[in-house]
Design a protein around this ligand. Structure first.
Ligand SMILES: Nc1ncnc2c1ncn2[C@@H]1O[C@H](COP(=O)(O)OP(=O)(O)OP(=O)(O)O)[C@@H](O)[C@H]1O
Length: 322
């Protein structure tokens, strides 16, 4: 039933609606998503807080029961074959779930024993992973007395103890400082280069751009777009986004910019104008002069080069805020 040719993850119309609780109505957190992640891929679910990423990963890792659609991981059904899936995957959650009663190395060895390694095998595997992740010095330490980045690396080691086919990471670098974040990116790149299939969630655009072969942009429980970062950038049509805020309502002449070659669309919202353009040269200056001619001042201006951020803006019309 399962084999190397099976996709690592495949979902069809996957849904989760949390039931109502007291005065709170039901929450449709995930509203029919289709994913197809081949083995060996580094796949990212990217979206703002509350988009439904954790709920999706919760269903894929069998912790959250879907209310609709289907999901298969390593060819197995997340509801029917939950026990077998747990043996095949590694999961790294957002918060530190290491056991404070055990040392760093014991946390790993304990996990190895749980998955059927002998004591000797578990010790050897733990030592090997700690070495690989530059954690040998911390092996005897308490997992709550090491840095956040080190604790995250220990959690990744623990998730790798039984050689999982797919590694799931929920917001692996949330709360880490930029230097620690890029160090962790290196670790994850190394894992993928060694053949590990990785699925991560992130709300950091640059993280998805830096790591993922393919990305699904999620918002309000739905996939807005998916593909490689380059496909998304060209597919969404937002090459460069210029945003200018004025101190008064803008003149109608600004709308005429939309007729210009190389300009996709012009959005006007109160005193803010946003121009989506494939050929942005000179546009920013022009937006400032149009304001000056009409006697209104510019309070803020920015020009975003093509990125996942501009893709999000194009797809949702909203700023992507971390
Ligand atoms: N156990 C739960 N019961 C009810 N609602 C929930 C539950 N878990 C999540 N939600 C709601 O479901 C929606 C999606 O949440 P989810 O945590 O999946 O999003 P997310 O994209 O992972 O965001 P974050 O990164 O902030 O966790 C949100 O509106 C959230 O409040």
């Amino acid at each position: 039933m399962t084999g190397p040719s099976e996709a690592a993850v495949r979902t069809a119309g996957l849904e989760k609606t949390y039931p109502p609780s007291g005065p709170r109505p039901a929450v449709p957190a995930v509203r029919g998503i289709d994913l197809d992640v081949p083995r060996g891929e580094f796949f990212g679910l990217l979206g703002p807080n509350g988009a439904g990423k954790s709920t999706t990963i919760g269903m894929l890792t069998t912790l959250v029961v879907p209310t609709g659609g289907s999901a298969r991981v390593c060819g197995l059904d997340v509801v029917r074959d939950a026990v077998e899936i747990k043996r095949r995957i590694g999961v790294v959650s957002q918060s530190n779930t290491l056991d404070s009663d055990l040392t760093v190395a014991e946390n790993l060895e304990f996990r190895g024993r749980y998955f059927g390694l002998t004591a000797r095998e578990a010790r050897a595997r733990a030592a090997e992973l700690l070495e690989l992740f530059g954690l040998t010095e911390q092996r005897g330490g308490n997992p709550f007395e090491i840095s956040g980045g080190q604790a995250k690396r220990v959690m990744i080691c623990r998730a790798l103890m039984h050689g999982p086919e797919v590694l799931f990471l929920d917001e692996p670098t949330a709360g880490l400082d930029p230097q620690t974040r890029t160090n962790l990116w290196e670790v994850l790149r190394g894992l993928q280069a060694a053949g590990q299939t990785i699925v991560l969630t992130t709300h950091y655009m640059e993280e998805a751009e830096a790591l993922c072969d393919r990305v699904a942009v999620v918002d309000h429980g739905e996939i807005l777009a998916s593909g490689t970062v380059d496909e998304l950038k060209s597919g969404a049509g937002a090459d460069t986004v210029i945003t200018v805020s004025y101190d008064a309502p803008v003149p109608d002449t600004i709308k005429a910019l939309a007729d210009r070659e190389g300009v996709g669309k012009v959005e006007i919202n109160d005193g803010q104008v946003r121009v989506f353009a494939a050929e942005p040269e000179g546009l920013l200056g022009e937006l400032v002069s149009i304001g000056a001619d009409a006697g209104i001042g510019v309070t803020d201006a920015s020009q975003l080069r093509p990125s996942l951020e501009t893709v999000f803006l194009t797809l949702t019309g909203r700023d992507y805020r971390e």
